[in-house]
Structure formats: C-alpha cells, structure tokens
Design a protein around this ligand. Structure first.
Ligand code: SF4
Length: 451
C-alpha cells in the first residue's frame, strides 16, 4: 500500500481537483499520511499570481534532505502551476517525478501508479524518468469520474461545472494553463451533486472561471440558469452557491432562477469589477464599461435586495495612472461591496499585459493596494455592523480558526459568522442573531437549532 500526502494551494478549483485525486487514490487502496511518512507528496499548485507560484517553489526545496537519505518522497506537481512551470521544477529538483497540468486530471491516478511499479522492488521513487502529462491541446479535457467523497470538509463541497476560459483578459494566465472554455455535461454535474447530497453534503458551490458562460459551447440552449434550476429541484442539495461570474455575461435569467429558488440558491454573487476606469477595463480586455457594470449591479440588487456582492479588483495594471486608480477608489465607494478580493498586478509570463513597457513600480502598486484595503475595511465594517440584530439561517460547517469553543458558518449572503458552540452543532442548520460586526466576519448567537 502506498502512502501519499496532498497539499493544495490556490483557488477552490484546486481544492476540488485535489479532493477528486484524493478520493480516487483512497478508492484504489492508497493511504493518506503525514508528509514525512509519505512515499508520494502531491503538490496541487496555483500559478495565478507570482506569490502563489513562489510558495510551491519554496516548498519543493524542503524535500532535499529526505530525498538524499531515503530517495523519498517522490513529488508530483499538479494543477495550473504544473502546466506553466512544471518542466522547470522537474529539471531543478530530482524528486519531482511527476508533472500533470489540470486538463489531464483523469489520467493522474493511473500515471501515479506507474511511479511505483511493484516489480522493481525499490522502496520508493521507482523508475528514474519523470512522467509528464502536458500536451498542448487547449480544448482537450480528461475528466476524473466520480464525486469527491474524500474531502477536507464533510458538509461543504465544490463541483466544477466548466473548465478553462476563452476571455484572455490581459493580465490572466488561466486560458494558457487551464485551457479554453469547456462546459461539463449537465447530467454529470447533477449526478455528482446528487451523490454528494447522499453522502451528507449540505452545501455545494458550483465552480468555473466564468460560470455564467456555462452552456455557451452547447447547441441546445441549455445554460447556467437551466443548470441552477435543475440543481435546485433535481438533486436534493440543501444550499447552492456559485463562483465566479463575469459582468459581461451576467444575464437577468440567472437572477430570476435565484429568486425562484431562494431557499436553496444563496443570494451571494462575486462579480469581479477589476478596475473602475473604462480606459483600464479596455486595456484589460474585460468587455464591459463601468456603466454596464453599474447596470448589472442595479438589476441584481433590485431583484435580490439581501444579496451579498463581492468583487475582485486589481491595482497597478500596466498603464494605470493616478486618475485611473481614483476611478477604482470611487467605484468602491459607490458600489459598497461586502468583500473585495484586491491584488496588486503581478505579471504572468505569456500574457499581453506582461509584455507592456508601462509597468507600474512596485512601491506605487503597494501604496495603491494599501489604500484600497483601508477604504474597503471601513466599508465592510459599516455594512457588517448594520447587520447587528438581524437573524439568519446558517449552516455551521467548521471550527473557527480563531479559538476553541467557536464554530463558523455563512449567512445566505456568504458572510462568515462566528458563534460560541460545542462541536455537537457541526453540520447543523441554526438560526443565528447577529451580535457584532467586524471587518471580515460577523459574531452571533445561536437562537434555535433545526431538526
Ligand atoms: S475571465 Fe479573464 S480573469 Fe477570468 S479566468 Fe478568464 S481570462 Fe482570467
């Protein structure tokens, strides 16, 4: 029996892929173990930002001593980082024995077993040549069948509904490393949700780089709103969320589906604005203006008054002037998002923005990022404090990292709520009254536990 350790970096899609790999290996008799006891360590890594990529590079160095003494562990690099720099990692670190981009996930378990041929009798490592699963067809996707039943969280799970992206935003490496946009079959998705619901999962988040393009590559008119309706009525799942939406493709039928099934489809939407300046939005190839973004937000808030609206915002895109940046600041004050995922632009190799000469100095980017973060923390606290006294139905699905005796869950609008409670309430729906609001979360007390 081989022992493996799995470390996941980056976004929820990597969590989902990692859970699927774990589930398949466990089903095949592998045992998950601590890293220092593992024959194989899988690093499912992210390359969307330079910081995430550097984390994996630095983690790889840690295996040198054990490899020199025991020829263990073999390291597998998977995820989008494998597609972008996996070959370089294998060339630099001899313990990197396996490299697979995200479009090859369906071939990963079989290929991992080839690292340990029983007949060679070695304690670890097996054959010397590294295995690479990195072909260049950007629309090919090899699915790993089955639902991710071996998860980190028992009550919450992710289901990817589409792979890749066709949008080629100037700063983004996704179309290059995850490939072009491919929708999964609706029946496969619904079956996976059903399996997870039967397995005790209470909340599922549908994932895609651009979920509202779902079905745009079908010819039968079945789109994201159809999938939302089917998932709400045909799978038995109790709560459904989704990320991420593209403002250009956010059509009213999606909000209609959310309003029709408000008991299951949570009113939370991540609508990345990326910049408040039309000039920068155009450079970014985002395909909308600030006015069009404003119209999308108004129609969402008109129809779903309690919606939680979050966004992604990049500061310091090449060519961003002080005036462009001020447009982003004004947009934050205007839209008053519940949460902003802010980032300083970081050049990604092969993207159009990385090739521009008008890069913004790091100190300017960091100053802009700090300004955005301090403005948003005031807005978030004001919004959160305004919720004191409100009552929400919350699924308590995890221990809060902040301390013992605290559990956490999310409001329908996707705000983290911390409550004092013993672990007996894990996996239960409770009614919570909000007692305080902080920048990043709410505090509450449990009023009632559902049967
Ligand atoms: S929409 Fe743009 S930012 Fe989002 S994944 Fe596609 S290319 Fe990247």
């Amino acid at each position: 029996m081989h022992r493996f350790a799995l470390k996941i970096y980056g976004c929820q899609m990597n969590v989902y892929d990692g859970d699927k790999i774990r589930t398949t290996l466990v089903d095949r008799g592998w045992k998950e173990s601590a890293e220092d006891e593992a024959d194989l360590v899988i690093l499912n890594g992210c390359s969307i930002r330079d910081k995430a990529e550097q984390k994996v590079w630095s983690d790889l160095g840690r295996f040198a001593v054990r490899w020199a003494n025991e020829r263990k562990p073999a390291v597998a690099v998977t995820g989008c980082i494998a597609q972008s720099v996996g070959r370089r990692m294998a060339a630099r670190f001899p313990w990197v024995r396996f490299v697979s981009g995200p479009r090859h996930i369906g071939a990963v378990p079989d290929a991992l077993e080839r690292l340990f041929p029983e007949e060679n009798g070695e304690k670890s490592g097996g054959k010397e040549e590294a295995i690479f699963l990195l072909d260049d067809d950007p629309r090919a996707f090899l699915e790993l069948p089955g639902a991710p039943t071996e998860r980190v969280n028992r009550w919450r799970a992710f289901v990817t509904i589409a792979h890749g992206c066709d949008n080629f935003c100037s700063y983004c490496i996704v179309p290059y490393v995850r490939g072009r946009f491919v929708s999964r079959s609706a029946e496969d998705i619904l079956e996976e949700i059903r399996t997870l619901a039967t397995d005790g999962v209470l909340e599922i988040t549908l994932l895609g780089q651009n979920v509202n393009s779902y079905g745009s590559d079908f010819s039968n008119g079945y789109g994201f709103s159809s999938l939302l309706r089917d998932a709400a009525v045909r799978t038995g799942v109790r709560l459904l969320r989704f990320v991420t939406s593209h403002p250009r493709d956010f059509t009213p039928d999606i909000v209609d589906a959310m309003a029709e099934h408000a008991d299951i489809l949570c009113p939370s939407i991540n609508l990345p604005i990326q910049s408040g300046s039309d000039r920068i939005l155009k450079m970014m190839n985002r395909g909308y203006t600030l006015e069009q973004y404003r119209a999308a937000v108004s129609s969402i808030r008109d129809r779903l008054p309690d919606v939680g609206l979050t966004t992604d915002l990049i500061v310091g895109h090449p060519g961003e002037t002080d005036e462009d940046f001020e447009c982003s600041v004004r947009a934050l004050r205007e839209f008053r998002f519940d949460l902003v995922h802010s980032a300083a632009y970081s050049p990604r190799e092969g993207t159009s923005a990385a090739a521009r000469e008008d890069q913004i100095p790091r100190d300017v980017k960091m100053a802009r990022l700090n300004e955005i973060n301090s403005i948003q923390s005031v807005i978030a606290r004001e919004i959160n404090e305004s919720l004191v006294g409100r009552r929400f139905r919350v699924l308590l699905d995890d221990a809060a990292p902040r301390g013992e005796g605290l559990l956490q869950g999310r409001t329908p609008s996707d705000k983290v709520v911390l409550v004092e409670s013993g672990e007996e309430l894990l996996g239960r729906f409770v009614s919570v009254e909000i007692t305080g609001g902080e920048n990043w979360c709410l505090n509450g007390r449990v009023l009632h536990v559902e049967n």
